[in-house]
Design a binder for this molecule. Structure first.
Ligand code: AQP
Length: 326
């Protein structure tokens, strides 16, 4: 079977952006691919964390993965930090990645501009660790949101360069982004992506938001003065709402436009709030069930790490041999 790898950081709760752009797709691959889904906790150390809260966030993210339908019997689900080969390969890749390449990464530019008090080396080298995550498992396909495309291109460049310098070592991965919903936008500024670390909680929908909050956030979503419900770049707010609507209901864009012809934005927002509530309700119920089963969570992540380690070690042996480590 071909291999799929992807992950999310345990920094807070998944947003509707993370869910529609990435996690919702992960499930669809489980029968045809060997899927490996990591909670990339080492990546999250690039921002300052409170240890108690961080531990809780990590376990919560595992419960969120499972609640979103990731079946740990069919997929390998694990914490990145439990498989030391990620850090080990990351160092070797750091030594094969140019400063110039990392300097061009827009995520680094954005994140360092927003966290001027903590521009650390880890934040800069983040894409090399991400490349290690992917290359360790001989990954063929990486399903991600559009924001990760640049990092993925770099991972491909690093793998190709390494193979050219040291002989065939890595599989060069392909990138998969969904046709619709690869970039869900902020509800407060539809020109920037929805992000779980946005300072304004009204900008994002968390998959664990309660009904009252969901309705409130949807009502406050920024739109425009056009007064027409149309999927168009000139109306980024409405376009974003239609995208979310389509992803959650399976209705085509055109069907939605027709359904709301001559109707007001309030109407669309009220309906969409209801759709979001109904879609997230089962996820939230399942999430609570898993959060009340810590022994089960432990069993899942322990088994996942055991399987991942075995695969990762196989690649590490090859890397070390090819690069000339005794
Ligand atoms: N707005 C988005 N639309 C579609 N996909 C998105 N993803 C993120 N935001 C959107 C995809 O979700 C996956 C997991 O992302 P991550 O946890 O690694 O972190 P991120 O990409 O940095 O996402 P956030 O929500 O913006 O987190 P913070 O605020 O912590 O940086 C990835 O596949 C990503 O593409």
């Amino acid at each position: 079977k071909k291999v799929i790898f992807s992950g999310a950081q345990p920094t807070g709760t998944l947003t509707l952006g993370n869910y529609l752009g990435a996690i919702q797709n992960w499930k669809s691959f489980e029968d045809d691919f060997q899927c490996i889904y990591s909670i990339v906790d080492l990546h999250s150390l690039t921002i300052r964390t409170n240890p108690e809260e961080f531990k809780e966030s990590c376990l919560s993210m595992l419960a969120q993965y499972l609640a979103c339908g990731i079946n740990p019997d069919k997929n390998i689900v694990f914490f990145q930090s439990h498989v030391p080969q990620h850090s080990e390969l990351a160092w070797i890749l750091n030594c094969n990645t140019y400063m110039g390449e990392l300097n061009r990464m827009t995520q680094f530019k954005d994140k360092s501009a927003n966290h001027k008090d903590n521009i650390n080396a880890g934040l800069f080298a983040y894409p090399a660790l991400q490349a290690a995550d992917i290359l360790l498992y001989k990954t063929n396909l990486v399903p991600v949101g559009q924001d990760q495309k640049q990092h993925l291109e770099l991972a491909r460049d690093i793998a190709t360069r390494f193979n050219n310098n040291y002989g065939e070592t890595f599989v060069v991965p392909e990138i998969y982004t969904p046709k619709l919903g690869a970039k869900i936008m902020s509800l407060q500024n539809p020109n920037v992506k929805m992000s779980k670390s946005d300072e304004n909680p009204n900008a994002y929908i968390s998959i664990l938001d309660d009904e009252k909050n969901l309705i409130k956030k949807m009502k406050r979503a920024v739109t425009d003065n056009e007064g027409v419900i149309r999927y168009s770049d000139e109306q980024p707010g409405i376009k974003n709402l239609i995208t979310i609507y389509s992803k959650l209901t399976g209705l085509q864009i055109e069907e939605i436009e027709n359904k709301y012809e001559g109707k007001g934005y309030g109407h669309l927002k009220t309906d969409l709030a209801e759709i979001v509530v109904e879609s997230l309700n089962p996820i939230q119920t399942t999430y609570n069930k898993y959060m009340n089963a810590p022994d089960y969570l432990q069993e899942v992540y322990t088994k996942g790490a055991d399987k991942a380690k075995e695969l990762a070690e196989d690649t590490m042996k090859k890397v070390k041999n090819n690069i000339g480590l005794v």
